[in-house]
Design a protein around this ligand. Structure first.
Ligand SMILES: NC(=O)c1ccc[n+]([C@@H]2O[C@H](COP(=O)([O-])OP(=O)(O)OC[C@H]3O[C@@H](n4cnc5c(N)ncnc54)[C@H](OP(=O)(O)O)[C@@H]3O)[C@@H](O)[C@H]2O)c1
Length: 296
C-alpha cells in the first residue's frame, strides 16, 4: 500500500481579508509557498486569494470566526483536508476600541481579549508543537507600539498588545535552538481600516503620528521573521515611540496619552452621563487654573 503523501508546508495568515494581514499574505506568496487566507469576510478573502493567484501564487481561503471556541480545530481540519500543514502562522486578526473603559460596552471590550489574546494564543499553541517536531517554521504575531505602554482611553487594546509582545518574546526565547522562530512585529499607526473601526482616527494622537502603509509593514515584518528577529518595530516614528515609552516616566506618559486619545465630547468616565468637557474635564480645568494663579 502506498504511504499517503507528506502534507505540504503552508503559510497560514489569520486576518488576511484586508489590511496588514492581506499585505503579509501577498509578500509570503512571493516565496512560492501555498498561502492559507483566514478571516470572516468570504468575498474579501476570495478577492485577496485571486490577487495572489494572478501573480502565480497558490492561495486557499477559509472563512472562520476566531471568536468561536473551536476555531483552531476547524483550521487544523481544513489544512488536513487540503493535505497542508502550518509551517508559518501569521496572527494578524485584531481590533481595538477607543474610549474610557467605564463607558465602552463590556462585551465589545472582552471581545478584544477573545480575539487579540485568546485566539492568538490558542492558534500559536495549537500549531507550534508541529513546527517544533519538524524543526522549522514559526509564528509572526502582530503586536503594536501600544504594547510598550499603558493606553488610557484605549486601555484594553494597549493591554492586549502588551500581552502579545510579552508572550511572543518569551516564546522566542523558549524555542531558541529548536529551529522555530517567534517574532512580534510592533508597528505604529498603519493606514488601514483598523483606525476608523476602532475610533482612533478621531483623536489627536493618531492625527499627529505619521502613518505607514500596510505593504511597508508587511515587507519589514516578513524580512524580520525570516531572519529570526524577536521584535520588529517598522519605521522611524514607531521606533521613537517605543524609545519614549521606555524612557519617559509613566507619571508624564499616562496623562499625555490619556489626553491625546480623548475627545472633549466623550462621555465622562465618572458615570455622570455628562460629556467629559462639562464634567471632570471642567473640574480639571478649574483645578489647573487655580494652580496657575497660585504660582503667579
Ligand atoms: N492599523 C494600525 O494602525 C495597527 C497598528 C499596530 C498594530 N496593528 C495590529 O495589526 C493587526 C492587523 O490590523 P489591521 O490594521 O490590518 O486591521 P484591519 O484592517 O481592521 O484587519 C483586521 C483583520 O482581522 C480580521 N478579523 C477581525 N475579527 C475577526 C474574527 N473574529 N475572526 C477572524 N478574523 C477577524 C478581519 O477580517 P474580517 O473582518 O473579514 O473577519 C481583518 O482581516 C491587528 O492585530 C492590529 O491590532 C494595527
Amino acid at each position: 500500500m502506498m504511504a499517503p503523501p507528506e502534507p505540504r508546508l503552508a503559510v497560514v495568515v489569520v486576518g488576511a481579508s484586508r489590511g496588514i494581514g492581506r499585505a503579509i499574505a501577498n509578500v509570503a506568496a512571493r516565496d512560492r509557498i501555498p498561502v492559507v487566507l483566514v478571516a470572516r469576510s468570504r468575498d474579501d478573502l476570495e478577492t485577496a486569494a485571486n490577487d495572489i493567484r494572478k501573480l502565480g501564487g497558490e492561495a486557499f481561503t477559509l472563512d472562520l470566526d476566531l471568536f468561536s471556541a473551536d476555531a483552531s480545530t476547524r483550521l487544523a481540519a481544513f489544512l488536513a483536508a487540503n493535505n497542508l500543514c502550518c509551517d508559518i502562522l501569521v496572527n494578524s486578526a485584531g481590533y481595538g476600541l477607543r474610549g474610557a473603559a467605564t463607558t465602552l460596552p463590556i462585551p465589545d471590550q472582552l471581545g478584544i481579549i477573545d480575539l487579540n489574546i485568546r485566539a492568538l494564543t490558542d492558534l500559536s499553541l495549537h500549531f507550534l508543537p508541529g513546527m517544533v517536531a519538524r524543526g522549522r517554521g514559526g509564528v509572526l504575531n502582530l503586536g503594536s507600539i501600544a504594547g510598550f505602554m499603558p493606553g488610557p482611553n484605549m486601555a484594553l487594546y494597549y493591554a492586549s498588545k502588551s500581552f502579545v509582545r510579552s508572550f511572543s518574546e518569551a516564546l522566542h526565547e523558549e524555542l531558541r535552538h529548536t529551529g522555530v522562530t517567534v517574532t512580534c512585529v510592533a508597528p505604529g499607526p498603519v493606514a488601514t481600516e483598523f483606525l476608523k473601526r476602532s475610533g482612533a482616527d478621531r483623536v489627536r494622537l493618531f492625527k499627529v503620528l505619521p502613518k505607514v502603509d500596510a505593504d511597508y509593514v508587511a515587507e519589514r515584518a516578513w524580512r524580520g521573521f525570516k531572519s529570526g528577529r524577536r521584535l520588529v518595530v517598522p519605521g522611524l516614528s514607531a521606533k521613537l515611540a517605543a524609545f519614549a515609552a521606555a524612557w519617559v516616566p509613566s507619571a508624564l506618559m499616562l496623562p499625555l496619552i490619556g489626553r491625546l486619545q480623548r475627545r472633549s465630547n466623550d462621555p465622562c468616565p465618572c458615570g455622570s452621563g455628562l460629556k467629559y468637557k462639562d464634567c471632570c474635564g471642567a473640574r480639571s480645568r478649574r483645578a489647573g487654573s487655580r494652580q496657575g494663579s497660585r504660582s503667579h
